[in-house]
Ligand binder design. Structure first.
Ligand SMILES: Nc1nc2c([nH]c(=O)n2[C@H]2C[C@H](O)[C@@H](COP(=O)(O)OP(=O)(O)OP(=O)(O)O)O2)c(=O)[nH]1
Length: 133
């Protein structure tokens, strides 16, 4: 089986980052993640992320720089999780694939039950945040 490419957005606003909890009926239900989704054929990474964030949260974002890519093997599949920093002016979020969202401080990320593939991204973000202080 191949590797599924998944894009996710690191949306930081007023010093806080957005995390979303996957609905219980979804794969990895109940885990917190950086919102995003699977790359479709013919899309660039930036197009995929902008589309997913619009569909899932009704957020219009500007996709900024690539942050980190993680390859993670779950029991049933392997994903390549590609994270980008994103910015948004929108304040209102609509929930479609998630049942809860939180804006949290970056140093608190590991206190949440993150999807396993997201943990190395969270760790790297925390390190970057420490250096920038
Ligand atoms: N969107 C997103 N997905 C993530 C993250 N971390 C992580 O392991 N994943 C996994 C969950 C899903 O298996 C896959 C993304 O697919 P999706 O969000 O389109 O969800 P889905 O339920 O349609 O996917 P599936 O697993 O049922 O095929 O990547 C993350 O931070 N963001």
């Amino acid at each position: 089986m191949g590797i599924t490419k998944v894009l996710c957005g690191l949306i930081i606003k007023d010093q806080q980052i957005l995390i979303c909890r996957r609905k219980p009926e979804k794969s990895l239900g109940g885990y917190w993640e950086f919102p995003g989704g699977k790359l479709e054929e013919g899309e660039t990474y930036e197009e995929c992320l902008a589309r997913e964030l619009q569909e899932e949260l009704n957020l219009r974002v500007t996709v900024k720089n690539h942050f980190k890519t993680v390859i993670h093997q779950y029991d049933l599949k392997t994903i390549e999780l590609i994270s980008y920093r994103c910015e948004t002016e929108d304040a209102v979020i609509k929930l479609v694939d998630h049942d809860q969202i939180e804006w949290i401080k970056v140093p608190d990320l590991l206190k949440w039950n993150l999807a396993p593939a997201d943990v190395p991204i969270a760790e790297a973000l925390i390190e970057t945040y420490k250096l920038s202080e």
